[in-house]
Ligand binder design. Structure first.
Ligand SMILES: NC(=O)c1ccc[n+]([C@@H]2O[C@H](COP(=O)([O-])OP(=O)(O)OC[C@H]3O[C@@H](n4cnc5c(N)ncnc54)[C@H](O)[C@@H]3O)[C@@H](O)[C@H]2O)c1
Length: 352
């Protein structure tokens, strides 16, 4: 799909801001629609690029979004209320409007203008707690533990219902929890936040100590999205892919040990606390994305910890406690209030 026009929703975010740069480098025209809930500085490096276009649009408002789809060849839909704390804060109505309804609008517009591909950003949160200790794959039962996962599953179902004959081919990517630095780094994700806590407080407070999660670097995620964008239609239409790698399946203890090896003098406290909404303990299989799309993540968790540590230590990120590095409200009752998000505590580290 070289030289084609890609529309990215949520392109100012953690993933989208890096993806935008990568697509421009590869010769795509890129339109970003984003309501800038967390600011827009991450897009400034591309602002004057001749193949870049930005519109401040809330994609839950179809009339505002529709005009930007003309001439679009593919859509990458990233915009969402991200993570279970944010979804809980805004409540089911708003969470469904942002994460489920808006996905329907975006897909319908893509289809109507003749776009050929719709890449949807879903999450391995959808698996919830596994029925046994076996790793989950794309055929495993979904057992969502949060409103966030419920909204993503509903959006997936709408896309899968389009069927393999759908002119605009939907592809669903269930991302592992991301880590690493991007133009809009997030510090409310477990690895990034552990590094920050270790550096700023000298201690880590760990909940759900032995629980496993799965992790993938933001730049590898971007590569995976591009593979899904460019793959032959028959390989991806109405297909679900877990995006990550088995070596990213790690317990919180292992993450803490890795952080402590790199950030010196860290005290660790363990607490037994549940969050009533996202008690995932999960190992994930990634055979499908490896065999079908040839996806092989390059960046290890250890490299990612070094990267985040260096970005803070060297002053490249000056105020990592700022709300602009989070996707999580402190107290809010509407989506607009999300911009009031406060600096995080470790409990927030589990949102993806
Ligand atoms: N980061 C992770 O670990 C992770 C894991 C699994 C899935 N995902 C999914 O990937 C996608 C991107 O995540 P991210 O980490 O980049 O999040 P992010 O919060 O950094 O980016 C989301 C972007 O979407 C924009 N946005 C939200 N609602 C919008 C709306 N209605 N209209 C226009 N713009 C809107 C925000 O302003 C923001 O720039 C999300 O759909 C998320 O659910 C992320």
């Amino acid at each position: 799909m070289d030289e084609k026009h890609v529309l990215i929703t949520g392109g100012a975010g953690y993933i989208g801001s890096m993806l935008t740069g990568k697509l421009l480098q590869r010769g795509y025209r890129v339109t970003v629609l984003d309501d800038l809930l967390w600011g827009g500085e991450a897009l400034l490096p591309y602002f004057t690029h001749p193949s870049f276009r930005f519109a401040k649009v809330n994609v839950t408002e179809p009339d505002a979004a529709r005009p930007f789809f003309d001439g679009v060849d593919a859509v990458i839909h990233l915009a969402a209320i991200v993570g279970f704390p944010a979804c809980q804060q805004v409540g089911p109505k708003v969470a469904r409007l942002y994460n489920t309804e808006a996905t329907r609008y975006m897909y319908d517009f893509a289809n109507k203008v003749g776009a050929k591909r719709f890449v949807f950003s879903s999450t391995y949160s959808n698996y919830g707690i596994a029925a046994n200790s076996d790793p989950v794959d794309e055929t495993s039962a979904l057992n969502p533990q949060s409103l966030y996962a419920e909204t993503k599953i509903e959006a997936e179902q709408h896309l899968l219902a389009q069927g393999v004959g759908a002119p605009c081919a939907p592809v669903i990517l269930r991302f592992a929890t991301l880590f690493g630095v991007s133009p809009r780094t997030r510090f409310d994700l477990i690895i990034n936040q552990f590094v920050l806590e270790a550096m700023t407080k000298g201690e880590l407070i760990i909940y759900q100590r032995g629980y496993h999660r799965s992790f993938v670097h933001v730049s590898d995620t971007v590569e995976g999205i591009i593979l899904a964008l460019e793959a032959d239609r028959e390989k991806v239409t109405c297909e679900i892919f877990n995006l990550g790698s088995e070596r990213g399946n790690m317990s919180k203890d292992q993450i803490v040990e890795a952080v402590a090896r790199i950030v010196p003098r860290v005290a660790v406290q363990y607490k037994d606390l549940s969050f009533g909404g996202d008690m995932r303990d999960i190992r994930v299989r990634f055979d499908k994305i490896r065999s079908v799309l040839g996806f092989e993540p390059k960046v290890t968790v250890e490299q990612g910890i070094h990267e985040v540590h260096d970005a803070i230590r060297l002053g490249l990120i000056q105020d990592p406690l700022s709300p602009k590095y989070r996707t999580r409200p402190s107290s809010c009752s509407s989506a607009a209030d999300l911009v009031e998000a406060s600096a995080g505590d470790v409990a927030g580290a589990f949102c993806v």
